[in-house]
Design a protein around this ligand. Structure first.
Ligand code: ZN
Length: 391
């Protein structure tokens, strides 16, 4: 994709004195200020993080006067075909764009892939993400696929709830804590309730265990999540050959989508968000014969099991995060645009990493604004309401 450069903001001419190029200055300054950008009605509002008071409002004229190189393109983005034009421009430096929507990332983790709490906040600021559902991955060590050791925090096993608490407590206005309990623990429900009461947990996720999710103890815990009002984010990885004898030791989680039918039926109060390769492969009707975990670029054939279940179970939703979500959504863009519109109340923006690929794809699809707004934040705010920081 052709890169368009935007001259960075120079907040105070004086700052140029520090001998830093405007570019470096504005990025450092922005990060320092922990700015959140929001576009409302053509005005650009930079709000500083709570500990600092000043608020700067720059209308279109001020932007131009401030001599932003790419101002014209930016304003065009504001005035014209907003999201798409805007998305085609790029803030210099970390290359992240600043959208003008409310964005909630429903799927991310603390202290992994090189990101600690402060770096996640920096990244969220640059990407214009208002809040993140910060999830643990609580799992017995013997069930962890060893390839994860290179990216996980070596001070614990998996992604401990402890790390979620530490990071969420530091930035309570930016993170919504999520965790899980092991259904095989007889005290799982009590411990979950305590996590809600003590640590304000509002999401049950990321649930990723080497057990079939229609296990009676798992169903009991999912049912309790519904009583507590916690949406459940579940991760599926299947074995190969599908529906056959696994060819070797494989790191599977959950079984297959078919093992979610009982939980969906028996826990109608619980909202489930499906995620990961074992979930997204079911977008196509040939999934049982597909030998690849990530069937990138393959056509979407017929009506997959996922669409059947979305039709049957109103409490099934889709977590669009990670490579698996992106792989599924880029198989056939016409199919994807219709899929996102048809199920617009069931699609949730998430990243499970620190990049803008999904955002760029969603904006490039030129979805109806109301649909895009639901996917980026509206649906997440319906399940886990939070105050609008701009209100
Ligand atoms: Zn995850």
């Amino acid at each position: 994709m052709k890169k368009t450069r935007i001259a960075p903001l120079s907040l105070r001419p004086a700052s140029a004195d520090l001998g830093e190029s405007n570019e470096k200055l504005s990025d450092r300054k922005l990060t320092e200020l922990g700015t959140r950008r929001a576009f409302t009605g053509g005005a650009l509002i930079l709000t500083r993080s709570p500990e600092s008071s000043a608020t700067l409002t720059l209308g279109r004229r001020e932007l131009l006067r401030a001599g932003l190189g790419g101002a014209a393109g930016l304003v065009a983005g504001l005035a014209g075909d907003g999201p798409r034009a805007f998305a085609s421009q790029e803030v210099v430096g970390n290359g992240k764009r600043t959208p003008h929507h409310r964005i909630i990332d429903v799927h991310n983790h603390p202290r992994w892939v090189g990101y600690n709490g402060a770096r996640i906040i920096e990244d969220m600021n640059a990407a214009g993400i208002e809040r993140t559902w910060l999830l643990s991955w609580e799992i017995p060590e013997r069930e962890i696929d060893p390839s994860y050791y290179a990216t996980l925090n070596p001070t614990g096993v998996g992604i401990p709830f402890r790390d979620v608490i530490d990071v969420a407590e530091r930035y309570p206005d930016r993170f919504i804590p999520g965790t899980t309990m092991d259904p095989r623990d007889p005290h799982a429900c009590q411990r979950l309730k305590a996590a809600v009461d003590i640590h304000r947990v509002r999401v049950f996720g990321e649930f990723k265990l080497r057990m079939r999710y229609d296990d009676p103890d798992a169903i009991r815990l999912f049912h309790y999540c519904g009583e507590l009002g916690l949406p459940v984010i579940f991760h599926l990885d299947v074995t190969f050959p599908r529906m056959g004898v696994p060819s070797d030791w494989q790191w599977w989680y959950g079984g297959g989508l078919e093992n979610m039918e009982a939980p969906l039926r028996l826990c109608p109060q619980t909202q489930f968000l499906g995620h990961a390769p074992g979930f997204w492969r079911e977008i196509s009707a040939d999934a049982d014969h597909e030998s690849e975990a990530y069937p990138a670029g393959k056509p979407v054939v017929g009506r997959g099991r996922l669409l059947d279940y979305l039709g049957k179970y109103p409490n099934l939703n889709c977590d669009l995060s990670a490579g698996s979500g992106l792989t599924a959504l880029t198989r056939n863009l016409d199919f994807t645009r219709k899929f996102l519109i048809d199920y617009q109340d069931r699609m949730f923006f998430g990243r499970d990493d620190f990049n803008n690929k999904l955002y760029d794809l969603l904006v490039s699809l030129n979805l109806p604004p109301a649909v895009l707004a639901k996917i980026l934040a509206g649906n997440a705010l319906r399940l886990v309401p939070v105050k609008d920081p701009q209100a």
